[in-house]
Design a protein around this ligand. Structure first.
Ligand code: D41
Length: 680
């Protein structure tokens, strides 16, 4: 009887493991989750319950073993049975053309060579050994000849199969690949570290390396690591396909997630085009890459070509411009923003990074400077990825000169000399000069004229600068009394541009209440809040008269924002500017909210994120239409997101939505949704 119970329990255990492994495969390899997370969790709990009753049945390939094991005292160094080779680099199209020519000469071949093209992931190269389908050892690449045994850590990575899938794998198989941390996981990890006042990682690669170096694999288990397999080392007991790309397809069958950008190219020109195209996609990929790897696809050709020193002749890495470079911090200056916040800006020795020459980077605030422990004169690492403003991500402490000096925050505004004070609870310091301060005035005017505010075409930064410096305007209201003569007399302005600007000013006068509220530049009142305020009050006077309690009844308005709004409207100077603007013809339609009947809001309570490119409308327009149906449109994906709309080019937001199991709509589905509700 006992026998029978335990017999069926062990059968149940095997069934559970197989089922969990199958779901893992569908999730990580096929990228097609088939069961909800809750179901997966339930199976996992059942598996753990049986294993708790029968610890003797726990095997290293059980999915339960991914949580990590007892800490090690140190890692053991192990020799690679077959050395792990390195890669030659190319930095320009010509290097690639020369590479292709060398290979053809060596092969005595005048046709076109077929290449496999793969992104070069910026992670840590490792080797995984499988015996009879079971993961028995994981080594770092190390120096290519010897690596460190990180098996316990690698076992915790969910996309690393503990047991190969299917049954047609070689009896001994060494899979080589790159362990990396996707950008979204890296951001979440650092966010959590910041919140807990712990050390943050400089970049995803460092985070991946640090996570793999843990002696306590239970820490590694909590890190969002992934594997991308890129080749096979040792293989015994069965022949492999004759092409590299087909080997990668076999690896997919055995449980390794393929890279989503893998392609073949029929000539070196196609390789160059692939490199170009991937470079353009680089920032929208879910993971960091530092180039492309091209490999001769035919294994027989690879064998003929062989290798020199420790790099194969048949492969090359074509690098992208680095997104991180070293330079020196020459000085720190302080910039004054629209609301008076004084921000430290790093003046750097110019350095070419992320495709442009960078000489300024933001240092954010006092806390960030303390976290980086950065001083003037330091050698720093600057990162510029995509269109994001350049950041100082780390200091190279070993290179700190003796005369490096601490960054001193000013006690006075560097522009107007008013006191600069610390705001309790904030890392920022603030100029108390208000609109007396030319810097704040300029920023306030720029903001007023910006596209999402009054949208005054042609009123650029340089022009605002001149207008304020020449005392032609002191407040935004003065913009509308500027004359043709005044404008035409400015630098780089002729009569034609003066007329154009006057026309733009005239056009901008007809606006909406939401835009006008946003344009006022009230602290913490962004576009979305301005829209909520407009929808709630319908009339500016009602908003201006509202007390803090009433204001807190508006969506997204808490005590802090309510206070800022109240502060703004009790200031007589602000009311005077508004009165003048209206007298000069600035107008918008107002609605009487007290008389309004409720319009149906079918998407009320839904939070939506829009990402990627849409064809039939802009993202702004899509947002407008979704909001009209009551939805909230947010900028980042979280568990609370109801669904996302993803067009081509969607990057980390899409990845995050998928990771969180948030519903994803394409443009067609969005159009259908909007159409459905417009008929209601
Ligand atoms: O994505 C990578 N980082 C990557 C690295 C890749 N996709 N392919 C690679 N292929 C090789 C050879 C051609 C030697 C099998 C590699 C590396 N090697 C590599 N990674 C670190 C050193 C060499």
């Amino acid at each position: 009887m006992v026998q029978q119970t335990s017999g069926s329990a062990s059968a149940e255990l095997n069934r559970l493991r197989d089922e969990i492994n199958r779901y893992n495969y569908q999730y990580y390899v096929l990228d097609e989750p088939t069961v909800p997370d809750a179901e997966y969790d339930r199976l996992f709990q059942q598996l753990k319950a049986i294993e708790q009753q029968h610890p003797e049945w726990i095997t290293p390939d059980s999915p339960s073993q991914r949580v990590g094991a007892q800490p090690l005292a140190s890692f053991t160094t192990v020799a690679h049975e077959k050395p792990m080779l390195s890669l030659d680099n190319a930095f320009a199209d010509d290097d690639l053309i020369a590479f292709d020519k060398r290979l053809k000469d060596r092969l005595g071949f005048d046709g076109s060579i077929e290449y496999a093209c793969e992104p070069k992931l910026d992670g840590i190269a490792i080797s995984l050994l499988y015996e009879d389908g079971l993961l028995v050892r994981a080594l770092t690449r190390g120096d290519g000849l010897n690596g460190e045994d990180i098996t316990a850590n690698v076992r915790t990575i969910k996309s690393v199969p503990l047991k190969l899938y299917g049954d047609d794998y070689p009896s001994r198989l060494e899979v080589r690949g790159e362990i990396f941390m996707p950008k979204a996981g890296f951001a979440a990890l650092n966010e959590a570290a910041r919140a807990a006042d712990e050390k943050v990682f400089v970049n995803p690669r460092n985070a991946a390396a640090g996570s793999l170096r843990q002696l306590d694999s239970r820490i590694t288990a909590r890190r969002p690591l992934q594997l991308c397999a890129y080749s096979v080392g040792i293989h015994e007991g069965q022949a492999l396909p004759a092409k590299h790309t087909d080997i990668l397809h076999h690896l997919k069958r055995w449980g390794f997630a393929p890279n989503d950008q893998l392609k073949t190219a029929q000539s070196i020109d196609e390789c160059i085009a692939y490199h170009q195209a991937l470079g353009e996609k680089r920032d929208s990929l879910a993971y960091d890459i530092d180039g492309v790897v091209f490999k001769v696809n035919a294994i027989t050709q690879q064998e003929t070509l062989g290798f020199v020193s420790r790099a194969p002749r048949w492969a090359i890495a074509y690098k992208f411009p680095a997104q991180e470079e070293m330079t020196t911090l020459d000085a720190v200056e302080f910039q004054v923003g629209r609301t008076g916040s004084i921000t430290p800006v790093a003046r750097l020795a110019p350095v070419f990074v992320g495709g442009v020459t960078v000489s300024n980077a933001t240092l954010h605030n006092r806390d960030e400077i303390a976290r980086l422990d950065v001083r003037v004169g330091d050698t720093v690492i600057v990162r510029r990825a995509g269109d994001v403003i350049p950041q100082v991500v780390a200091v190279v402490k070993e290179r700190r000169p003796d005369d490096a000096s601490e960054i001193v925050f000013p006690s006075e505004c560097p522009i107007c000399g008013s006191p600069a004070t610390e705001v309790p609870g904030e890392a920022a310091i603030r100029c108390e000069g208000g609109l007396i301060c030319p810097a704040q005035r300029k920023e306030a005017i720029r903001h007023f004229a910006s596209r999402k505010a009054m949208d005054i075409d042609g009123l650029g930064d340089k022009l605002v600068e001149q207008l304020v410096d020449k005392s032609l305007i002191t407040t935004v209201a003065d913009l509308f009394s500027l004359t043709r003569e005044q404008l035409a007399g400015l630098e780089r302005m002729g009569e034609k541009s003066a007329d154009n600007l006057l026309l733009a000013l005239e056009t901008s006068k007809t606006t909406s209440l939401a835009r006008f509220i946003y344009a006022l530049g009230i602290r913490e009142v962004g576009e979305a809040t301005a829209r909520n305020l407009s929808a709630h009050f319908g009339q500016l006077d009602a908003l201006a008269a509202a007390d803090e309690e009433t204001l807190q009844g508006v969506d997204d308005v808490g005590p802090v924002v309510a206070h800022f709004i109240r502060d703004f409207f009790v200031e007589p100077e602000n009311i005077e500017i508004i009165t003048r603007l209206r007298a000069l013809g600035v107008n918008w339609p107002e609605t009487d909210k007290s008389a309004e009947v409720d319009i149906p809001q079918p998407l009320a309570d839904q939070t939506v994120v829009i990402t990627g490119t849409l064809e039939s409308m802009s993202r702004d327009e899509a947002g407008e239409q979704l909001r009209a149906l009551g939805a909230k449109v947010a900028g980042s994906v979280s568990k609370k997101t109801s669904f996302i709309v993803a067009g081509p080019g969607a990057g980390s937001k899409l990845t995050k939505a998928e990771a969180l199991g948030v519903e994803v709509l394409d443009e067609a589905a969005l159009v259908a949704l909007l159409a459905q509700h417009s008929n209601e």
